[in-house]
Design a protein. Structure first.
Length: 226
């Protein structure tokens, strides 16, 4: 029985490898160099093995340093997992933008990293006296450029690459087994922005992440300049 849950842990760990970039957020990507801001957004991400719903809050220091936190709810429709398995994720993150688009600089560069902690719940796990815990450490790099479409609209196409190290532990009847995995992914996306008369930025950001599996994500939110 215990071996069966080790298999579940390994499979679940692979699902969670899509997390870092598809669920990350930045406020600075919406802002010019030297402009601080705060933002909130909602997240939806989907692949064949996992659906993610999340909310995020973040703060940018002069368009250079991002500090943000994402909280997410995870669903797993795969028949090989307990039918009622759900997950929760808590993901603090830091990102630097050492290069920002401006005179003499055609692109912007983002360097980010964070930790994501996962918790899982299931009646079947409880009946089997089993627990699954997981966390990952992730890092990524992205390049983007802002294009003005009109006085109030603009878009920032972006490309990126990420790395994630995941550790997942299964405890059953007092025994523990741990699995680890490392993975790379590549991302493409666009940040569509509308600047309203009050100086607020309304944004929508579709994205595709390509790694061991393909994930599509959509984020929508609001940024206030400070």
């Amino acid at each position: 029985m215990r071996r069966g849950f080790v298999f579940i842990a390994l499979v679940t760990g692979l699902f969670l490898l899509v997390w870092p970039r598809s669920a990350s957020a930045q406020v600075s990507i919406w802002l010019k160099k030297g402009v601080s801001g705060a933002g909130v957004s909602g997240l939806f991400a989907y692949n064949e093995d996992q659906t993610t719903y999340g909310v995020n809050g973040g703060y940018s220091v002069q368009g250079y340093l991002d500090l943000d936190l994402t909280i997410a709810y995870l669903e797993f429709p795969d028949d090989e997992l307990p039918a009622d398995l759900i997950g929760l994720a808590l993901a603090p993150r830091v990102e630097l933008h050492p290069l920002k688009q401006g005179p003499g600089m055609p692109i912007s560069l983002g360097l980010g990293g964070g930790i994501t902690v996962f918790g899982f719940a299931s009646d079947e796990l409880e009946q089997r006296n089993a627990e699954i815990e997981s966390y990952n450490v992730n890092a990524d790099v992205s390049l983007y450029r802002f294009f003005r479409l009109s006085s109030n609209f603009g878009v920032s196409p972006a490309v990126g690459a990420g790395f994630v190290h995941t550790e997942l532990t299964v405890t059953q009847f007092g025994d523990q087994e741990t699995a680890t995995d490392d993975a790379f992914s590549f991302q493409v996306g666009s940040y569509l922005a509308y600047l309203d008369p009050g100086g607020r930025i309304w944004g929508i950001a579709p994205q595709v992440s390509i790694g061991e599996i393909v994930t599509v994500a959509l984020r929508a939110g609001l940024v206030w300049t400070l």
